[in-house]
Design a protein around this ligand. Structure first.
Ligand code: PLP
Length: 482
């Protein structure tokens, strides 16, 4: 496969090179030159497992990676999941894709269990005498999923910087208990912005980059602009659709809509790409919290990031600039890089841009504040005796509002285990508790629903004890690379 940038000036002639490069040099995001159409035969619907779908769909896009190698890495990646990789739960016309049965209990595991292995293979092929250093600042789910994904992967080292303030106990526990020989989680005293800005400086620090080059390290980040984060996510929309066909819930060819709680626009973009690859998707439903920049964009055509930023109970969606929206715009604007350059320049200079809202026909936007999110968790629990996390609640609420004017079945992305956000579940059920860890027991008591594997995590040992001032980031990296 060859790849092109949304800004029109960068190209790559292989998947491996594109995975290693991440963000393209012209500042745009890479997309496959041609999206293949996927044909799933009746016989495949009957027999395919999750990894069969993954091999077929990822293999059609990453068609220049050796089939055997890809198959081996995919099987290994999804072996770390529960045996049933992706259970689907029916709640009337909604079908919840439980995307949280990987190692860190959130959907990011789908891509981050596979991408590190492919990056390691890419390095072996393209740059055999180099190693990769992944540096990431995280406010939550990405950090732990990346640590688990890169754990003990050959020729890679990963250092995740997490803020000591504004991160949940559970998320922190997940990071500091990772025990790979190449994984490091470092607490930076302060909030997420402190960690993020300190790290950004390093990515622009020429002297430090020279130092890394001398040590034979290529610098990379694990964020969701890498095409390798996107492609594995396309798979679960195909898998889920055909699982409904197999169960007789729909007939092959029937259209369904898809509802996704959205932050950086990666997950919903994967659904959009699945549609472009031939999956019968009617509409996309984009759910936001109080940071509703996407809802406003979808309803008016105007994107405006000049607004107050809120911290909410769905923290993985607290975001004002959704990078992957650029890929969506590229497709919607006739794949014209001039139009994208124009919009992105406006975004950079003024924080805002507009497009014709008529283009946004098959996408619906809804937003809910914290209180509405908790009410939705409670409503779903009362009606179905089923728990959803706050992010997922935004997607089920969006699907319900959408269905007021539509009559279709909706696949809902359930993006995290409810036990990851046990504190919010306790509030939703009208109780209080002192800390998140005791909230988990309380949720079990109140609902009779068991946290199962999740509890193992809480008893795991703390391996990572580093905590630093933000001015010491370079120092700590040097020490780790020694
Ligand atoms: C990352 C994340 C999201 C947002 O997904 P995007 O691909 O960034 O839109 C939603 N829910 C959870 C639990 C997440 O971790």
């Amino acid at each position: 496969m060859k790849y092109k940038s949304t800004r029109g000036r960068s190209f790559q002639d292989s998947t491996y090179k594109t995975l290693l490069e991440g963000l393209s040099e012209d500042g745009g995001l890479y997309l496959p030159l041609d999206l293949p159409k996927i044909d799933i035969k009746d016989n495949d619907i009957k027999n395919f497992t999750y990894t069969d779908y993954a091999e077929k769909i990822i293999g059609e896009i990453f068609n220049d990676i050796d089939k055997e190698v890809l198959s081996e890495e995919i099987k290994l990646a999804y072996k770390s999941f529960d045996r049933e990789v992706l259970p689907i739960k029916k709640l009337d016309s909604l079908y919840l894709m439980e995307l949280y049965h990987g190692e860190t209990f959130a959907f990011k595991d789908f891509a981050l269990s596979l991408l590190p292995k492919l990056i390691s293979r890419a390095l072996e092929k393209e740059n055999p005498d180099k190693k990769i250093l992944i540096l990431t600042a995280t406010s939550g789910d990405t950090g732990s999923a990346a640590l688990y994904g890169f754990k003990n992967v050959k020729n890679t080292k990963i250092i995740v910087f997490y803020p000591t303030k504004g991160i949940s106990e559970i998320q922190k526990k997940q990071m500091v208990s990772v025990d790979g020989d190449n994984t490091y989680a470092v607490g930076v005293r302060g909030n997420f912005d402190d960690a993020q800005s300190a790290l950004k400086e390093i990515f622009n620090d020429k002297e430090f980059k020279d130092y890394l080059r001398d040590k034979n390290y290529l610098l990379s980040s694990a964020n969701s602009i890498n095409i390798g984060r996107l492609v594995p996510q396309i798979v679960y929309y195909f898998y889920s659709y055909f699982t409904l066909v197999k169960r007789g819930e729909i007939s092959n060819g029937d259209k369904v809509s898809v509802s996704v709680p959205t932050g950086n626009f990666g997950n919903i973009l994967a659904a959009y790409m699945a549609k472009k690859m031939g999956l019968p998707i009617e509409d996309l439903i984009c759910g936001s919290n109080k940071n509703k920049v996407l809802t406003d964009f979808i309803n008016t055509g105007s994107y405006n990031a000049n607004r107050e930023f809120y911290t909410t109970n769905s923290p993985s969606m607290d975001i004002l600039i959704s990078s992957n929206l650029e890929r969506f715009l590229y497709y919607e604007l006739e794949e014209d890089p001039d139009k994208i350059n124009n919009l992105m320049n406006k975004l950079k200079s003024s924080g805002a841009y507009s497009i014709d809202p008529a283009l946004l026909n098959n996408i619906y936007g809804y937003s809910y504040n914290d209180q509405e999110t908790l009410e939705e968790i409670k409503r779903v629990f009362d009606n179905y005796n089923y728990l959803i996390d706050p992010h997922t609640a935004i997607a089920t609420a969006g699907a319900r509002d959408y269905l007021k004017n539509k009559d279709t079945k909706v696949l809902v992305a359930s993006t995290a285990s409810p036990f990851k956000f046990a504190g919010s579940i306790v509030s939703a059920l009208g109780e209080t508790c002192s800390d998140e860890i005791s909230a988990i027991d309380l949720v079990e008591d109140l609902t009779g629903i068991r946290a199962k594997n999740f509890k193992k995590l809480l008893n795991s040992e703390i391996k990572q004890k580093r905590q630093i001032e933000k001015s010491d980031i370079k120092e700590v990296i040097r020490e780790i690379l020694k």
